[in-house]
Structures are given as C-alpha cells and as structure tokens.
Write a protein that binds this ligand. Structure first.
Ligand code: ADP
Ligand code: MG
Length: 251
C-alpha cells in the first residue's frame, strides 16, 4: 500500500480549477517528482497534501488514514513535512539548535518532567542532543553544528531543514524546489542524501525545475499541466511521452 494516496483530488480558487481530479501515489523508499510548466498546480498540490488549502473534491490518505480536512499540525504530527523555497531555517540558531527544534516537536507531546521527574527530563534532553548529533553526522553537517544557520550556504541551509524534518520523524518529505540556489556540488550532495533517505524507507515528493536532477534522482515522475495530470511513469517513459513533449517541452 502506498504511503500517500490521492484520489480524484480537486482544488478550486474562486472559479479557477487549480487541480482537476488528481489521482497519485507516493511509496515509501521512493522519490516521486512532480514537474510541469509555471502555474500547472505543483505548489497547490503540495498545499493540498499538507493541509494548507481545502479540497473541493476527492480524498487523500496518508498511511491508510484519510487526512483531508485535518489541520496542518495534525498532518505534520503524522509524519509529513513540507519544505519551503526560502526561509526554512531559523537564522539566529545554530545548525544543532535548528535540528533540536525538530526533536523537541517530537517530544513536546510528552510531558517528560511529569512522567519521569526532573532527572528523567534531563536524560530525555541529553538523548535528544545525542540523536541530533548523529543526524548531523549522517547528513555531513557535523563540522558546522555550532555555526549560526544564517552564515551557511543555501545548500547547507536546505540540508539543515531536511535534518530538522528527520529529527521530527518525518516519513514523507515534500520538497518544493530544493535545488534552487545550490551550486552543482551542493546539488550532487543533496541528490546523494535524497537517495540515501529513500534507502532508509522515507518517501520523497519533489517539485523541481532542474530537469537533470529530476531525471537522475526520481523513481517516478508525475507531469501536471493546467491542473491536470497528463503523464506518470519512470523518467525514461516521461521523457518520451508525447503529451509531455508537447505540453512541457514545447515540441
Ligand atoms: P505551480 O506551482 O505549478 O507554478 P501553482 O500551484 O502555484 O502552480 O498555481 C496553480 C494555479 O492556481 C495558478 O493559476 C495560480 O494562479 C492559482 N493559484 C495558486 N494559489 C492560489 C491562491 N491562493 N488563490 C488563487 N489562485 C491561486
Ligand atoms: Mg510553484
């Protein structure tokens, strides 16, 4: 069963149909890329999945549960995180502190002090720090753990944002143009990280303009045009799909 499943999803903005009967699955351990021309509905799709805009029709299941109509924080608590194109990190905080905010979101629901007493709360905090440091090592960010996030490069900030989502136990990452502003070395690093996260069972849905990256990193690609899904398939299938060539590549 797919981790995320959209059935006949429709979103309308005062008369304009931004998404028209979209049915789409995202699997754990895979990268699904969503591509399409400007205004095709890619960001609206993310907004609908993460609960930022209401559906005019259809349903969305995450891990077997209907999530349409749930508030943003409730969807996020189920293990879904969306990134934003800019401003995804707290600039005044260090890399480590940014990641710790993800961990504290995870344990905020449990009043550690009440449950385990003060010593227990301190132990939980120490464990959270240890886990954050482990995640930073895995993401190749350990050397910049104590730098303020605003001093980091765009690529490093993007990785900090992803690390924070992992700390909060995200099982599905919705990444909106994560490669914008990245150097080619940073892109390579980001792609390697995304593949690695997939191999650990995380599902990634990616909106990205960098076609080379989409082709290299995706298991499946969905193509939107004017709010409609015009093709889904492997990178090879989509690359040669007549409707895609016509609508998207302008051939
Ligand atoms: P993409 O991300 O593929 O460029 P969007 O999802 O941002 O496309 O937009 C799809 C369509 O929906 C566009 O016509 C856009 O103008 C419209 N749209 C998006 N968000 C809103 C909104 N909040 N209110 C009204 N129209 C919107
Ligand atoms: Mg967009």
């Amino acid at each position: 069963m797919a981790l995320l499943s959209l059935k006949n999803v429709r979103v309308a903005f005062s008369g304009l149909t931004a998404l028209d009967s979209i049915s789409l699955d995202a699997e754990a351990g895979q990268v699904l890329a969503v591509i399409g021309p400007n205004g095709a509905g890619k960001s609206t799709l993310f907004n609908a999945i993460a609960g930022y805009v209401p559906l005019a029709g259809g349903s969305i299941q995450f891990d077997g549960r209907d999530i349409q109509g749930l508030p943003i924080h409730a969807i996020s608590a189920l293990g879904m995180r969306r990134s934003f194109q800019n401003g995804g990190v707290f600039g005044a905080m260090t890399t480590l502190e940014n990641v710790l905010t993800g961990l504290s979101q995870r344990i905020a629901s449990k009043p550690m002090g009440l449950l385990f007493g003060l010593a227990g709360a301190r132990r939980a905090e120490a464990e959270a720090r240890e886990h954050a440091v482990e995640l930073l090592h895995m993401m190749g960010l350990a050397a910049i753990a104590h730098r303020p996030a605003r001093e980091l490069s765009a690529g490093q900030q993007r990785l900090v944002e992803i690390t924070r989502a992992l700390a909060a136990r995200a099982r599905l990452l919705l990444l909106d143009e994560p490669a914008v502003g990245l150097t080619s070395a940073e892109r390579e690093h980001l792609m390697a990280i995304l593949r690695r996260l997939c191999s650990e069972g995380i599902a990634i849905v990616l909106v990205e303009h960098a076609v080379d990256m989409v082709m290299a990193v995706s298991d499946r690609i969905a193509v939107l045009n004017y709010g409609k899904l015009i093709a889904t398939g492997s990178p090879q299938e989509v690359r040669t799909h007549p409707a895609v060539l016509e609508a998207y590549l302008g051939q």
